[in-house]
Design a protein around this ligand. Structure first.
Ligand SMILES: NC(=O)C1=CN([C@@H]2O[C@H](COP(=O)(O)OP(=O)(O)OC[C@H]3O[C@@H](n4cnc5c(N)ncnc54)[C@H](O)[C@@H]3O)[C@@H](O)[C@H]2O)C=CC1
Ligand SMILES: O=C([O-])CC(=O)C(=O)O
Length: 331
């Protein structure tokens, strides 16, 4: 699959009247994912939010986007996901002050069960599904488990925001341009246990950890700043990150469909095949390259003791989440 195929790319977005939706839809409509290929937006919301969504659609109309080929809205996932080539599952209950992701598991489990089942029935044969709604990794696992006819490789959870945050922090520390930073990796869960790894990253071709040359900064400043950025934004804004999450959702989908550039990779949470000792079947973030809508985990990276401990801790949290949703009967 790529965005070069003919006909509009049918992009379904859930939670379309929410905060992220308000930024995401306009980015998609202006070509952030499909470039010049026309897109058809298929927008899912719960019934009480449909009126607000109608207002957003009026605004989309008012932009007169040249490549926006159509908009459909509704509250029935089987209608909205019909024929979707790309489904961006954003709609979920966001975390408020003081809440941890674990609190969200059961609240959101029901949503991703029903949406997985609907995608299984009506999505296009080439569908790719990106999960942004938290807890994103485990929501992706739930949706995939409820869509037995869709290959598990077609589901991915968003860790691109963490990846982008890590690049930005590293650029600020070293004075490098973000475009000079390659091969950043986020491992594990999209949560505070995630491990942003710069030991394989490069800054203008040089090893990033060597350029930084300050293990204390990596361990005590960089990693916690990236891992806790979501909470810092909630504290500052009184609401969780939205425009940056929308931007990362576009980046992730664009690169998934169109491929990663030579000499670089991205972070995506995908179903583990056991690579790097990550328990098979968990949806965990890895360094991946993509091509024609398919991804491959980058192999052969050396993992030292420090990194091993960080990866294992985040994967243990994912295994706990999986156990919790198994007990709830969601997978
Ligand atoms: N993975 C990531 O990097 C990030 C994930 N997030 C997560 O994204 C999600 C959305 O965030 P916001 O847009 O800020 O939340 P929001 O509350 O502003 O919007 C969520 C929307 O989803 C809708 N919704 C709820 N249940 C639905 C269902 N069954 N079907 C369709 N729509 C449904 C709600 O009506 C609401 O309009 C949250 O779970 C948030 O935690 C946020 C930032 C980053
Ligand atoms: O932390 C949150 O709840 C929102 C989020 O996922 C992020 O900003 O990374």
């Amino acid at each position: 699959m790529s965005t070069n195929s003919s006909g509009p790319l049918k992009v379904a977005v859930t939670g379309a009247a929410g905060q992220i939706g308000y930024s995401l839809l306009f980015r998609i409509a202006s070509g952030a994912i499909a470039g010049d290929r026309p897109v058809e937006l298929r927008l899912l919301e719960i019934e009480p939010a449909l009126k607000a969504l109608e207002g957003v659609v009026m605004e989309l109309d008012d932009c007169a986007f040249p490549n926006l080929a159509g908009i459909e809205i509704g509250s029935d996932p089987e209608k909205i996901f019909d024929g979707a080539n790309l489904a961006l599952l954003v709609g979920a209950r966001p975390r408020g002050p003081g809440m941890e992701r674990g609190d969200l598991l059961s609240a959101n489990g029901a949503i991703f069960t029903a949406q997985g089942q609907a995608l299984n029935k009506v999505a296009a044969d080439d569908v790719r599904i990106g999960v942004t709604g938290n807890p994103a990794n485990t929501n992706a696992l739930i949706a995939a488990s409820n869509a037995p006819d869709i290959p598990k490789e077609r589901f991915s959870a968003l860790t691109r925001l963490d990846h982008n945050r890590a690049i930005s922090q590293l650029a600020a520390k070293t004075g490098a341009k973000v475009t000079d930073i390659k091969k950043m990796t986020i491992w594990g869960n999209h949560s505070a246990t995630q491990y942003p790894d710069i030991f394989h990253a490069e800054i203008a071709g040089r090893n990033a950890a060597e350029v930084v040359g300050d293990q204390a900064w990596i361990a005590d400043t960089f990693i916690p700043t990236v891992a806790k950025r979501g909470a810092a934004i909630i504290d500052a804004r009184g609401a969780s990150s939205a425009a940056s999450a929308a931007s990362a959702t576009c980046d992730a989908a664009r690169d998934w469909l169109n491929g990663t550039p030579e000499g670089d990779w991205v972070s995506m949470a995908v179903v583990s095949d056991g690579s790097y000792g990550v328990q098979e079947g968990l949806v965990s973030s890895f360094p991946v390259t993509t091509r024609d809508g398919n991804w491959e985990i980058v192999q052969g990276l050396e993992i030292d003791e420090f990194s091993r401990g960080k990866i294992d801790a985040s994967v243990a949290e994912l295994a706990d989440e999986k156990n919790a949703v198994t007990e709830l009967g969601l997978i």
